[in-house]
Write a protein that binds this ligand. Structure first.
Ligand code: NAD
Ligand code: ZN
Length: 373
């Protein structure tokens, strides 16, 4: 018998380091609890006279002061820009506020930007860092599960344009990612669950054993058990880094990270942005994409049953909104992945392996009819 005593769900977990090897753009992802207050996580960051923390009105009251104190010992000046909260503010105005602040303070090209928040703050801060004086270092401090497992890894930064999401941006890697599991304590339950959709995604596309692990540990994840969350974040980051490492600029393989996203984006756009969270649409989209994989003869029917069961148990929607088959097809035809008019889907070819396939509209219609309310 092991003598280890089961720790309470809120116990702290030692920091895990996931190195991201991208030659001169290599960096570390640190994952654990109490990282915000742990000096070791913040050592050896790029040196500069000044640091600028970018956050929003929701996250700043929760964590800004702690981060500021942590950075005060390393940077002579630590400023902050607090942006309004929400995807609708991922725009030129917010980006301008960051750049204006840097210029008003005559920030030099060594100034380090810190993104404290979810994916919206991370994407905007990363883009500001990419363009200010042709590039200053930045550090991601992701505070949503989605940002920890997805948006803070891979180097995509962007703002939205009224004509399209993430249409203006750059590939730009951070100097470090510091994912403190304790920040998830304050995350609204719906946001936590939405982040779980992206975690679940990594299993079928890349790691069958991870899918087993998620099924076994789902209750712990939902209860915000720190070591379960840290493992989920670690494995998700490793898989995303592995995929991105082979295809940094999305010419091929990287598209498999969009499992469930073709259907998911159609749901998001069809309902109007903000109705369902992105992760909710992706959760449901994975049910549809799993069914498509079955109907294409790639996977046995049990695979759909398994995926739907897990997605439902996570608290994600498994029934798609009734937008009408024609509307779905129309929405999916504008997807960036398409070639020559045929809609391309990420499908599962074997547990832990994904590929891209076109599918006839009639088959897609069968899938939609089977899962729409
Ligand atoms: N760069 C990429 O590769 C990539 C990948 C996936 C998604 N994204 C982008 O990420 C964005 C979505 O990110 P998100 O889901 O983190 O949304 P978000 O940044 O809007 O955060 C969700 C909500 O949670 C709040 N919040 C954040 N941390 C909190 C905390 N610890 N406690 C309490 N509330 C907290 C936020 O203020 C916000 O209201 C989208 O803009 C999407 O385009 C980018
Ligand atoms: Zn996604």
């Amino acid at each position: 018998m092991s003598s280890a005593v089961a720790a309470p769900a809120s116990h702290s977990v030692p920091a895990i380091r996931v190195p991201i090897a991208l030659e001169e753009r290599s960096y570390d992802i640190l994952i654990g609890s109490t990282l915000l207050d742990d000096a070791a996580s913040w050592q050896d960051l790029p040196r500069a006279a000044a640091a600028l923390i970018v956050s929003n009105e929701t996250v700043a009251p929760l964590y800004l002061e702690r981060l500021r104190q942590r950075l005060a010992s390393q940077y002579a000046r630590v400023d902050s820009v607090i942006l309004p909260d929400g995807e609708q503010h991922k725009d030129w105005d917010s980006l301008n506020r960051i750049v204006d602040h840097l210029l008003a303070r005559a920030a030099d090209r060594k100034t380090v930007l810190f993104a404290l928040g979810g994916g919206v703050i991370g994407d905007m801060t990363g883009f500001a860092a990419a363009i200010y004086m042709r590039g200053v270092p930045f550090v991601q401090v992701p505070t949503t599960l989605l940002a920890q497992v997805d948006s803070s890894v891979g180097g995509k930064t962007a703002i939205n344009h009224p004509r399209g999401k993430n249409m203006i941006g750059a590939f730009y890697q951070p100097a470090r990612v510091i994912a403190d599991m304790d920040t998830l304590d304050t995350l609204p339950p719906r946001e936590l669950v939405a982040g779980l959709a992206e975690v679940i995604k990594y299993g079928p596309i890349a790691d069958a054993a991870f899918l087993d692990w998620i099924e076994t540990n789902l209750d712990a994840l939902l209860a915000r058990d720190k070591s379960a969350l840290a493992h989920a974040v670690k494995r998700s980051c490793e898989i995303k880094a592995w995929v991105v490492g082979q295809d940094e600029r999305e010419t091929g393989l990287r598209a498999i990270l969009n499992f469930g996203h073709t259907f998911g984006h159609a749901i998001e756009t069809g309902l109007g942005y903000g109705e369902w969270l992105h992760g909710e649409a992706v959760g449901c989209g994975m049910v549809l994409a799993s069914d498509l994989s079955v109907r294409l003869g790639l996977m046995p029917p049990e695979f759909l049953t398994r995926m739907r069961g897990l997605i439902q148990r996570a608290g994600l929607p498994v029934r798609a909104p009734r937008l009408g088959v024609e509307r779905y097809l129309e929405l999916m035809r504008v997807d960036k992945k398409n070639e020559g008019g045929e809609i391309r889907f990420v499908v599962i070819e074997a547990l832990g392996r994904a590929g891209m396939r076109g599918a006839p509209d009639t088959l897609v219609a069968e899938v939609l009819n089977a899962h729409c309310d």
